[in-house]
Write a new protein. Structure first.
Length: 264
């Protein structure tokens, strides 16, 4: 019998990349093992893939060297995230004890989607660059393409949602409220690096909720492209206690500073 209440751990936009510490993923790995959530959901942009943001500039050979460094940074972050769980399960298996096997889901972000865009405009690279290079299928049971929502226990997850006939990403002020107004269902997204939550109740008493989960960057990480917008970003992990019968949830926010204090 399925439990009525489940815990979803959401990994917001993490942007693993060369030159930036991966220490936050060590904390993430420890937290997963300490709390053992029922579901682990990566909301997308786990890999930054900076080398593909302006691929048409410079020589291909140089860009491919940078590409390999981007991929290596992603692999290291994944290893730190899931390594403790894998080691734990090996020991449990050796001692013939129950292993910890959560449902693992990832929705691709626009940064991972750069792999497809580069191949589209550079057909000669179609057999060289691949999403499989990132190694998500090694750790995640379910891997969903960019802008493809997935229903997990009655809640929709996607890196970013769109609305209108032009299919533009939802964002701006009252971001979470716009999710409810356009998707008509409880849903969660990343992308903007902001934190926002909105809840409404329909005539039957059912809760409809929208959540924007911030990002999972280092405390002192500053992205030059965003300028002062860096100061608006919320950094940390998000846990949801989900009522699987109603598809509603109670969110818990764990800031990166709090997370580091928990596992120092």
């Amino acid at each position: 019998m399925q439990p009525r209440f489940k815990t979803h751990l959401i990994i917001p936009d993490a942007h693993a990349k060369p030159g930036i510490s991966n220490s936050r993923f060590e904390l993430l790995g420890k937290h997963i093992l300490a709390t053992k959530p029922d579901v682990i959901i990566n909301i997308g942009d786990f890999a930054d893939m900076e080398s593909l943001s302006s691929y048409d500039k410079g020589k291909k050979s140089a860009e491919l060297r940078r590409y390999k460094k981007d991929v290596k940074a992603c692999h290291e972050a994944l290893d730190l995230t899931f390594g403790p769980m894998i080691s734990y399960n090996k020991l449990q298996r050796k001692n013939k004890k129950q292993q910890y096997k959560p449902r693992t889901v990832t929705t691709s972000g626009n940064h991972e989607h750069r792999l497809y865009r580069v191949a589209e405009f550079n057909p000669e690279l179609d057999d060289i660059l691949s999403m499989s290079d990132l190694g998500f299928d090694k750790y995640f049971q379910e891997v969903y393409p960019y802008m493809t929502p997935v229903d997990v226990d009655g809640i929709m997850y996607c890196h970013v949602y769109t609305s209108g006939v032009m299919g533009r990403p939802i964002g701006g002020e009252s971001h979470a409220r716009k999710l409810i107004q356009t998707q008509f269902k409880s849903c969660v997204q990343g992308h903007s690096h902001l934190r926002d939550f909105c809840e409404r109740t329909d005539p039957t008493g059912k809760k409809i909720q929208g959540l924007v989960v911030g990002c999972f960057l280092e405390e002192d990480q500053w992205e030059d492209y965003a300028g002062q917008a860096n100061l608006m970003w919320w950094k940390g992990l998000v846990e949801l206690t989900v009522d699987t019968q109603t598809g509603s949830f109670d969110p818990k926010f764990i800031g990166i500073e709090q997370l580091r204090e928990m596992y120092k």
